[in-house]
Design a protein around this ligand. Structure first.
Ligand code: ADP
Ligand code: MG
Length: 464
């Protein structure tokens, strides 16, 4: 895919059907019915995908809450989309939700003509930014404090404090949020500074297009006047050699001109696969800041902050429940909150734990992290600074015996493995040794405060 931008309309229809299916799975039937079912596909032309909604109400809701979701799923299906348009088209009848194509319904053709140079990167930059992704909406905790501080620093500096700023971390942990926040802040403090924010996919798309139009000079020219260039999700550039090459040159040229670069990825520069070694090392030259998996505290703070912004009252114990159960990322936390508030306002019921349980059954299941014995052994040996091999060795010295017992205790409590199985995994020990270890640690936790804290900390690390 991606070679030809002349898609047949029925191909787009098929993509739309797939997108709808994914969304329905994601948000559930009720929300899907209210917000997504009324959307129709209008056209796809020159990279612009036009969808229609029957009224302003739905448009606002989609733009405000579901735009990212819609966009992400679409881009998964069709990487050549450069712009999304949501237009209001009054349905002929309420039943008419079918996919229709009619150029008379809305005149998008005139607007399309304005996009004469499809590789003009500056064009939609403002529209690309999510207004809600600001520094003030970003909740800071241990896992993201470095990334946050670095982002602020870059946004507030007149010069270039470190180049590039490389942000990395798992999906849904706030990389894009921080990048947009930088752009907003720079625009606010210093409107003349030129900022370009692009996903790596878009960078690639525009570059390939420029190649086809034999116009790479103009493509490069656009970056010369930029002060800050942000490329999001750079892992998507991996493997695409010509794009990598171009990216590398652009990157070097901008660094040489002392322009600020901000890059995000799902892995550290060294761990990026399919990216040339010289590029990887260059990416690590500036400040590399990672966002760690969320802790319980941060999950709860984020939920509390988000809950304050909605009209529906959400009891504290529900927030705590969610923070315990949904450990993957912020996007899932947001999804869970949205679902319960939407449900509560639709049916006019107060939110409680029971209802939350019912509504989020699917989410809760997928979010349950499974810890295995090996992970436990690894974490415990790291924590107590003993060798992983000592988890199964015959050594009897106290420095290894205690950590080993704690690891057995955690294996019993955090996995569903049987006692004999646990014994086997700890150097073929008997199941009675495991029972002894579990009892011992239970007993110690009752009067050795520092050991109790160690265990508590390990449990939290393993569960988050
Ligand atoms: P990533 O780009 O790392 O995949 P995003 O930046 O898209 O993640 O974040 C996913 C969602 O979670 C966004 O709606 C974002 O606003 C929200 N989010 C992430 N981290 C935080 C945070 N620390 N405080 C508030 N919202 C956050
Ligand atoms: Mg992102």
């Amino acid at each position: 895919m991606g070679e030809s931008e002349e898609y047949h309309f029925n191909e787009i229809q098929a993509q739309w059907a797939a997108v709808r299916g994914k969304i329905r799975q994601k948000v559930g039937d009720a929300l899907f019915k209210s917000w997504f079912k009324p959307i129709s596909l209008i056209s796809f032309d020159s990279g612009i995908l036009t969808l229609s909604v029957p009224n302003q109400f739905i448009k606002t809701r989609i733009n405000g809450e579901y735009f990212d979701l819609l966009k992400d799923y679409w881009l998964n299906q069709n990487k050549s989309i450069t712009k999304f348009k949501l237009v209001i088209v009054k349905a002929k009848s309420d039943q008419d939700n079918s996919i229709t194509y009619s150029s008379k319904q809305v005149d998008v053709s005139t607007q399309n003509k304005k996009v004469s140079k499809s590789y003009d990167l500056s064009e939609n930059i403002g529209a690309n930014l999510d207004q809600r992704f600001t520094f003030s909406n970003f909740i800071v905790g241990k896992p993201n404090e470095l990334a946050f501080a670095a982002a602020r620093r870059v946004a507030e500096s007149q010069d270039v404090p470190f180049n590039p700023l490389f942000l990395y971390g798992g999906v849904g942990l706030g990389k894009t949020h921080l990048m947009h926040a930088i752009a907003h802040e720079i625009k606010r403090m210093n409107p003349v500074r030129r900022v370009i924010y692009l996903s790596a996919e878009k960078f690639m798309y525009h570059f390939i297009k420029a190649l086809r139009f034999k116009d790479t000079v103009a493509f490069k020219e656009q970056f010369r006047t930029v002060d800050v260039l942000m490329i999001d999700d750079v892992q998507f550039i991996s493997g695409k050699e010509s794009t990598q090459e171009e990216f590398f040159h652009t990157f070097n040229a901008l660094v040489d001109q002392n322009k600020q670069l901000i890059i995000s990825a799902d892995k550290s520069p060294q761990d990026l696969e399919g990216i040339e070694e010289r590029m990887r090392s260059r990416l690590g030259w500036g400040l590399v800041a990672d966002i760690h998996p969320l802790t319980y505290e941060l999950r709860l703070s984020i939920l509390q902050a988000k809950a304050e912004k909605v009209d529906t009252k959400i009891p504290e114990n529900v927030l705590e429940f969610l923070a315990h159960k949904i450990t993957t990322n912020v996007r899932e936390l947001e999804g869970a909150l949205n679902r319960i508030t939407a449900f509560s306002s639709l049916v006019g019921k107060e939110i409680n734990i029971e209802m939350t349980h019912d509504l989020l059954r699917d989410l809760l299941k997928s979010s349950q992290r499974k810890v295995n014995i090996e992970q436990i052994q690894k974490k415990v040996s790291e924590h107590f600074n003993v060798k992983m091999s000592d988890m199964s060795s015959a050594r009897r010295s106290r420095t290894v015996v205690r950590p080993r017992q704690i690891a057995m205790y955690l294996s019993k409590n955090l996995t569903s493995r049987s006692l004999p199985e646990i014994g086997r995994r700890f150097g073929n020990r008997d199941h009675t040794t495991v029972i002894h270890a579990v009892k011992k640690v239970e007993e110690l936790r009752n009067h050795d405060v520092s050991l109790d804290e160690d265990v508590e900390l390990l449990i939290r690390m393993l569960e988050s």
